[in-house]
Design a protein around this ligand. Structure first.
Ligand code: NAD
Ligand code: UDP
Length: 313
């Protein structure tokens, strides 16, 4: 039995990943989380499996368990959450990542670090390729997360060079789908919940900024392929959907899909909000057996809307 640790396992992506890993009968999955943004409801169905266990723990503190593989997701990902406790976010990105790299090194386990498109900041190269080094403000309100994730990548590569730790680094672009927290604050969850409730749909700024939205099942497929990719492919590799939409277009699609009396209102654009984002996924295609997203935005949104209906009565 392969012992797999998923930190951040009670979160949105982590719980979807645990579910997928449990489909493989040879996997024993240990989800670890401190419920900073994660929710027990996401892991409750998984607790029925005798190959699943949950550990409540904060990765800022070290832990000693026997593992063969680590997926390190633990970190708040939504801007309102990471900006509420910025120094704690940095601690999680630095001390937390070091603790997980120490655990991987001690166990001779492979560790995958969940990095982000945010390492490109407000990108001057479009679409973003892995070789682009980014345009990040080191002192802004997003920096705790952006710079935290950048140093997380640095730590992975330094552990690999200094201690021979087996690493894999992925850079995820905006992902959405079931198990998102309705109060998460990211654009897809906000707009769907607002439309289902008939509340105002909030567009920050004029809505001309772009994002690329990946359905969670497509991301999880890429994650699994990356973990089993050839040993000397360490990444970083972009995982995301190259379809690019303005935030205004996203709001129009959601308004087409949900029968609602909601109206669009514009709110101030938060500082350092990236103006454009779209992954170049040719490296993932080449290294991960032709991986590419298969779920169209409207299909993924339809599944997500069905999920969120359970939260709106
Ligand atoms: P999420 O907030 O739903 O999940 C993060 C999980 O980590 C939560 O369950 C939270 O409680 C847990 N956590 C946070 N700090 C912790 C700590 N110190 N110790 C233990 N647990 C801790 O977010 P998500 O969208 O599922 O993101 C998962 C990972 O993927 C994050 O590392 C994030 O940076 C990365 N990522 C996500 C996206 C996306 O669009 N969803 C994009 C880029 C990168
Ligand atoms: N956004 C918005 N309305 C919302 C939430 C977010 O217009 O209710 C915008 C936000 O300013 C950003 C984009 O949507 O330009 C994506 O925001 P999100 O928080 O989902 O993730 P980001 O990519 O900024 O980390």
């Amino acid at each position: 039995m392969k012992r797999i640790l998923v930190t951040g396992g009670a979160g949105f992506v982590g719980s979807n990943l645990c579910k997928r890993l449990l489909e493989e009968k040879n996997n024993y999955v240990i989800a670890l989380d401190n419920f900073f943004t994660g929710r027990r409801v996401n892991i409750e169905p998984l607790l029925e499996s005798d190959r699943f266990e949950f550990v409540e723990h904060d990765i800022v503190n070290s832990i000693d368990i026997k593992v063969d593989e680590i997926y390190n997701l633990a970190c708040p990902a939504s801007p309102p959450h990471y900006q509420k406790s910025p120094t704690y976010t940095t601690k999680t990105c630095v001390l937390g990542v070091m603790n997980m790299l120490d655990l991987a090194t001690k166990n001779d386990a492979k560790i995958m670090q969940f990095s982000t498109s945010e390492v490109y900041g407000d990108p001057k190269v479009h679409p973003q390729v892995e070789g682009y080094r980014g345009n990040v403000n080191p002192i802004g309100i997003r920096s705790c997360y952006d710079e935290g994730k950048r140093v997380g990548e640095t730590l992975c590569f330094d552990y690999n060079r200094e201690f021979g730790t087996k690493i894999k680094v992925i850079r995820i672009f905006n992902t959405y789908g079931p198990n998102m927290d309705p109060k998460d604050g990211r654009v897809v969850s906000n707009m769907i919940i607002q439309a289902l409730r008939g509340d105002d749909i909030t567009i920050y700024g004029d809505g001309s900024q772009t994002r690329s939205f990946c359905y969670v099942d497509d991301l999880v497929e890429g994650i699994i392929r990356m973990m089993s990719s050839r040993d000397d492919f360490l990444g970083p590799v972009n995982l995301g959907n190259p379809g690019e939409f303005t935030i205004k277009e996203l709001s129009n699609i959601i308004l087409e899909m949900i029968d609602t009396k909601s109206k669009v209102v514009n709110k101030p654009l938060p500082s350092d909000d990236p103006t454009q984002r779209k992954p170049d996924i040719s490296l993932a295609g080449k290294e991960l057996n032709g991986w590419k997203p298969t779920v169209e935005l409207r299909q993924g949104l339809a599944n997500t809307i069905e999920y969120f209906k359970g939260y709106v009565v």
